[in-house]
Design a protein around this ligand. Sequence first.
Ligand code: SF4
Length: 106
Amino acid sequence: MVAQYRGPARREGGWVDLTAEILRGTADLSGANCVGSEALFDPKAHNEEFTAADYRHQAAVELCRTCPAVVACAQWAATQPDVHAVIGGRRPALPGNPGRPRKSAA
Ligand code: SF4
């Protein structure tokens, strides 16, 4: 009988283990509407016009509204300290966004 080689005795961590470690604790976003449309969700690019980023983000939010993973996604996003992209139907505060005008004191 010939002994079979079974590989190294100790399992080395590869990219699968690394990926699993990174994703541990993230929400299950199966069936997410953003798959394939990631560019809509990205943060405003440094050289991107505010109105262009705002338009992209509005389109992303529309995808979130019908996403089957929106609840899990929004819950996970709420645990993230610094979000600059559209996640869970929420738009990031855009740099340079003038925001809503303040209510006047009068
Ligand atoms: S809620 Fe929006 S960001 Fe979250 S998985 Fe769905 S489409 Fe993507």
